[in-house]
Ligand binder design. Sequence first.
Ligand SMILES: [Fe+2]
Length: 254
Amino acid sequence: MSHSRMSILEETGYVVLDSWGDPVDPSEWRDLTYVDWKSSGDTRFAPLKSAYGDIECNGFWHHNPPKADKDGVDVPHNVSRAPSLMKRVAEVGARVGRCRIIELQPNTYGDALYNSHLDDNNRLNPDGEGWVVRCFMQLTDDRDSVMVLRYDINDPSTETRLALPAGAQLVVDSERMWHSVWHPGSDPRYCLITSFESGPELEDWINRNNPRTKIDGVPIDAEYAATMEASAQARRSARTDYYGYDPSAVYSEA
Ligand SMILES: [Fe+2]
């Protein structure tokens, strides 16, 4: 399959943009209807666009008729409560697939490594169309939390940790980059996650927002990192033994 991809994501698989400046009223994520949907830990999701507008989060390819992760349909109940978030998504100008708010309960760095995964973004994506990538727009001001990205989940030297203050905007080729969020603290983290089709519209929006493709990343204590790495890899191995295969080798449908 050949899809058109954006050159800006070619080297590092992510791009960090300037923060989205205007504050968002927390009611835009607190007053939505969430569904239990597990991804990378203890999570729930509030869909803003789903396959056909229902309050559900399943991959678009599971519906009838099945479709690629594009042309998501507004979920009226949640969209009506999140006007500025919907404006923010529309302003990008690119084709939108799944669009949801994730709620993530606090975890450890080891939990994040254990739950790291690749996304199933391009199932049924027609040959020749744009590759689907994910945009993460951070809602809560989680200054001690980071998105943990790796090229190779088994190689810590390939890791970059991206800060997640309120308004942080990241675009990630999340089918290529292992990812999860390390979220210490006591309250859940909320983030708007949108599937966008790669193409000139998304590229223009990225270029208007001061893109940076190489970030030094947030430092981590080496001893803590080594301890967590060992425990996470042991848990990953035990999980592989239990299932008879590595479940994280299967693209995540969340
Ligand atoms: Fe993911």
